[in-house]
Design a protein around this ligand. Structure first.
Ligand SMILES: [Zn+2]
Length: 355
C-alpha cells in the first residue's frame, strides 16, 4: 500500500503555497543543517500573538497540510476577522531536511523535540530566536502520531491527540498550563460530533528537553497537536480536516477568550492515549516458528513507512502473535477466509509478503 500525500518535501510545500489565491508574507528565520531556508509567515495585526510550527519531525506532514487549509481560511471573510484580533507566526516546516528525506530526525540525526535546552541544532536555534523576538502569548506545536494509538484503553483510534505539557516535575496546574488545558477541553467538546471518542490525551511526564514543556515552563501556554489515524485512511486526509477544524476552533477561542469557559477538569476527562492498535490483525491463523506450530492464533502486523520516490510505501512487518493479543486492528482479517495459506512462517521483524 502507498500514500501520495504523506511525503511533503520543502519543494512540494512551495508548490502548495503557490496554489493560494493571495501572496503570503514570507521571511527566512534560519537555515537547516543542509542549508535549506526555514520559512515563516507572519499574518495579522492583532494584540494576541500565536506562534505555530509544524514538521519539526520531517515525516509528520499531516499538520502542515492542515496549515495550508488554515492559510486558505485566513483569506476568507471569517478568517480575515480572526487575524484582526491575532498576530500569527507560522513556521510550516521547521525541519526542511527531514521533510525532504521523510525522517523524524534532522540531517544530523537529532530529534529537534529533544533539543530545547541544549540548542545544538540550527533548526532549534531558529525556533528559539523566533520565540524570543516574537514573544508569543500562545504556541501550537504541531505533530503527527503513529497509527498505534487508541483514545483510551480498548477505545477507538486516536484520530487527534493533544497535550498541555507539564511545566515542572510535579506536573502542577500552572496558569499557562491551565490555559492550554482549557483550549484543548474546548476543542474536545466541539469535535465530539465529528469524531466521537476519537480524541486522546498524551502522557504529561515533564521533559524540559521537549519544546512544549520548556516553553510552558517559561510561562507560554503551548498546545501539542498530534494528527492521528482513522480507519484505513493512510493518506490521513480525514485527520488533516479534523486538525484544521481544531486549529480554527483554538484560534477563535483565543481571539474571543471563550476557552476561559472550559475547565482543566474537562481536560483530564479526555481518555489517555494507549498503544492498543496494530495496522493488521489476522485471526485464526496457524503460526510456524523455530519452536513449533501454534494453531488458531492472532497475528499482529504493523506497517513500516518507507519513502520510495515521491510516495510513502507501507511495508507490513511482523509485530507479535499469541492466542489472544489483546490488540485491536485497523484491518482485521480472518486467515481462513482471506489467506490462501493458513500457516504463516516468519522471523521476528521480517517483512510479511502476503499483502
Ligand atoms: Zn512529532
Amino acid at each position: 500500500m502507498t500514500s501520495n500525500n504523506r511525503y511533503l518535501s520543502s519543494q512540494k510545500w512551495d508548490l502548495l503555497l503557490k496554489s493560494l489565491p493571495f501572496k503570503l508574507p514570507i521571511t527566512i528565520i534560519g537555515y537547516s543543517v543542509l542549508n535549506q531556508p526555514i520559512y515563516a509567515h507572519k499574518l495579522g495585526n492583532g494584540k494576541i500573538k500565536v506562534l505555530l510550527w509544524s514538521q519539526m519531525h520531517g515525516n509528520e506532514s499531516t499538520t502542515t497540510r492542515a496549515l495550508l487549509g488554515l492559510l486558505s481560511h485566513l483569506g476568507s471573510t471569517s478568517g480575515a476577522r480572526l487575524i484582526e484580533g491575532l498576530t500569527l507566526m507560522i513556521i510550516p516546516q521547521l525541519n526542511p531536511d527531514g521533510s525532504s528525506a521523510y525522517t523524524r530526525l534532522n540531517a544530523n540525526k537529532i530529534d529537534l523535540n529533544r533539543d530545547a535546552l541544549d540548542l545544538t541544532q540550527p533548526e532549534s536555534l531558529a525556533l528559539r530566536e523566533v520565540f524570543e523576538s516574537f514573544s508569543p502569548d500562545f504556541c501550537f506545536n504541531l505533530h503527527g502520531q503513529r497509527s498505534v494509538f487508541a483514545a483510551g484503553k480498548g477505545g477507538k483510534p486516536a484520530t487527534l491527540s493533544f497535550l498541555s505539557p507539564a511545566a515542572n516535575e510535579q506536573r502542577s496546574n500552572t496558569p499557562p498550563r491551565v490555559k492550554a488545558m482549557q483550549i484543548i477541553a474546548l476543542i474536545h467538546k466541539n469535535l465530539q460530533h465529528h469524531i466521537p471518542d476519537q480524541i486522546g490525551r498524551y502522557d504529561d511526564t515533564f521533559n524540559p528537553n521537549c519544546v512544549g514543556d520548556y516553553f510552558t515552563s517559561l510561562g507560554v501556554p503551548t498546545i501539542l497537536y498530534e494528527a492521528g489515524h482513522n480507519g484505513l485512511d493512510y493518506d490521513r486526509d480525514f485527520s488533516k480536516e479534523m486538525t484544521l477544524s481544531a486549529l480554527i476552533l483554538a484560534l477563535n477561542s483565543i481571539e474571543d477568550k471563550s476557552y476561559l469557559n472550559h475547565s482543566p477538569a474537562a481536560y483530564y476527562q479526555i481518555p489517555e492515549n494507549e498503544k492498543d492498535y496494530v495496522d493488521i490483525l489476522i485471526k485464526k491463523v496457524d503460526v510456524k516458528t523455530e519452536t513449533g506450530l501454534f494453531k488458531n492464533q492472532e497475528l499482529a502486523v504493523l506497517y513500516q513507512e518507507e519513502k520510495i520516490g515521491e510516495k510513502v510505501f507501507f511495508r507490513p512487518i511482523y509485530h507479535s502473535f499469541s492466542e489472544k493479543t489483546g490488540l485491536l486492528g485497523h484491518r482485521v482479517l480472518d486467515a481462513e477466509e482471506i489467506l490462501k495459506v493458513s500457516e504463516v512462517k516468519f522471523l521476528e521483524g521480517e517483512t510479511i509478503d502476503i499483502f
